[in-house]
Design a protein around this ligand. Sequence first.
Ligand code: MN
Length: 291
Amino acid sequence: MRLASFNGHRVGVVLEDERLADISTLVDPDPSAWPPVVMLKAIAAFPQLATVIRRELGGLPVHKISDVRLETPIPWPNKLIAFPTNYQAHIDEMQSTYRADTKGFFLKANSSLIGPSDEIVLPELSGYEVHHECELALIVGKQGRNIQHDAAMDHIFGFTCLIDVTVRGSQERVMRKSYDTFTPVGPYVVTADEVPDPHSLELGLWVNGERRQHGNTRDFILDIPSMISLASSVTTLFPGDIIATGTPAGVGPIQPGDEIHISIPPIGSMTVPVTQGRGGSNVAFESECHN
Ligand code: MN
């Protein structure tokens, strides 16, 4: 099943012919309430909800996808975990001393999430490059702490595409990666049953039609069970948590006017434009100019 957020955090099931069925009211009587957690409730209620969806599908409101505004699928997760340098080729290009298996994970601000209809807005940081990182995102389906390697795949709800936008510099990684709009995610969450082998997914990223990144999840340093096991040794994973799995080689700068395209067949693809915003500098960036 493919789940989308649309038109003010409503939740839809994507149908075959470029349409989606609005399942919001099967999940929450007031889907427009704040905070926007209808998708979290839908994920937590699977698979019982899936049975209800199949039963009720014929009577649900249906829209053409082209007639709705697609949003980031999980706008209000409990957390957004990210693994650094989880592909050897990216470690080599960055001459990095970081490795996912020796350094663990970090967090990005949840408020950096945007979706397939939004724009990446660059801060005004003179002398710094902002880079694209093309990543597979894991979506947690089941709560757990200290999840064993053998049980880890049972905690995966699904997958989606994620761009980890990053200011290069020596400042705190969380700050450099947490600007509003710095985590495009989407277009849909694809449930795990539709992805037979998540360790053989091709992922690619294009800037203005030119391919910049290409990788395969078979080259993960930490595989998916290892990421789930490691993260849950520290923190309880909750339904809807997003885990960015690291970027393959080919990261590079983005500029205002660029169009960033990410594709992970069969999970999906989306194109996000880049614009220049106002503000965003601070004393930490001004004290050291660093590319
Ligand atoms: Mn990354």
